[in-house]
Design a protein around this ligand. Sequence first.
Ligand SMILES: Nc1ncnc2c1ncn2[C@@H]1O[C@H](COP(=O)(O)OP(=O)(O)OP(=O)(O)O)[C@@H](O)[C@H]1O
Ligand SMILES: [Mg+2]
Length: 427
Amino acid sequence: MRLRVCKGRNIFLVGYLKIRVLSGTIDIFGKKFKENETAEIKRLTSAPLVALEDSDIEIEFGPDGYIAGVNFELLPQQWRECVNEILGLKVPAKVLVIADVDSGKSGFICYAANSILEAGKKVVIINTDTGQSEMNPPTTIGLACVENQIIHLSELKHAKAFFVGSTSPAGLFNRSITGVIKMLLEAQKLSPDFILINTTGWVHGPGGRELKETKLLAIDPDYIVFIEKVPGELEYLTTISSKLGKRFKVIPAAPRLRTRGREERRDLRKQYYTKEFEGAREIYISTDDVAFMYSYFGTGLPLDAEELMIIAQTLGFVPEYSEKTPDLILIITERNIPQEKTELLSKKLGRQVRILQPSAFENLLVGLLDENANLLASGIIRRFDPASRTLSILTKVDPEKVRIIALGRIKVTQEMEEVEWLEPWYI
Ligand SMILES: Nc1ncnc2c1ncn2[C@@H]1O[C@H](COP(=O)(O)OP(=O)(O)OP(=O)(O)O)[C@@H](O)[C@H]1O
Ligand SMILES: [Mg+2]
């Protein structure tokens, strides 16, 4: 379809669309597209188009794509004022963006990054949103340097990432805060003028408040952008910020955007997992060659002869794999052990006993970490062979480089579907 768009006109772009400028200039999130240039709006997303002059455009519609002309600004005036304030900050500056889900955080960050690039400054983005991790693998906190203007964070490739192992920070706040601090240190090594920090949309309830308040203190930003859907909804944070003498601005959420339901978010993650596992193959790692994090598995000592005898007597066989930690004794066997036997064994050994089958490992998402505990790449455990103590893992990483395997709490199938959530520290 061909369309003539008059100067100043706003068009809401939704779903998969391919736009080619035939004449004139259009702007999407502060990125300008001129004659013959093309913009691609991804499925399940939206974007604001503004004609900077009378323009002719050609639009190709995907299955979920549509457009709507609106007679208001899709990028509110306050967004522009806010970005101007950011551009006026003394560099280097850390800018933290906080808002509820579906408020336009990622969109605002694209817009701010594009404006910073246009001003000839260097910008790095840290994405702490483990659930909507457009630029880094799902369940991680990532960092990317923005070399070219973008209209989706997913156009960026992360340079570093920290593995949290869950799409939600619930129950894992320490990892979430540690991750952002580690990424900040990595970002500073790149000497950017601006570090833009995206956050999860969890801002309400005890968990949301705890996370946002501690993140605010840990990051110690030079400027905070609060995007509000409901005026005053982030009052608890703006009050703290002002008492701390922080510079900040409260801006309204984008007036129109494509919201996403749970299923759609999961569907988008499937796309991000697919990207992360492109070119992956199966590698084999012995539990003796690496360290483990976020797990009891692989962290214990061998049991002594007496303990092994008690186990053999109680279970009626010697299990294929066992180890002891001060917290618990972990046994891995193909056989099905009734709960009473496990309890009896705990009593006899004077320590909690956890008996798992090797299938407990299948499809578990793991982070394969380097010597700085940064993510080399994600992995999916295909199998654990208790007899040879070997894990087979689907990943694109060279096994020689892996120092630490960090266990996630999500199971992801080969089809990149999230199918099961384990309790942290279950294994
Ligand atoms: N001003 C805007 N006009 C039109 N679309 C927008 C605008 N801002 C953001 N969007 C789009 O709306 C969708 C949801 O916004 P966005 O992803 O920026 O919100 P978010 O707060 O980051 O959401 P989440 O909590 O899921 O991370 C995205 O596809 C985004 O590109
Ligand atoms: Mg987002």
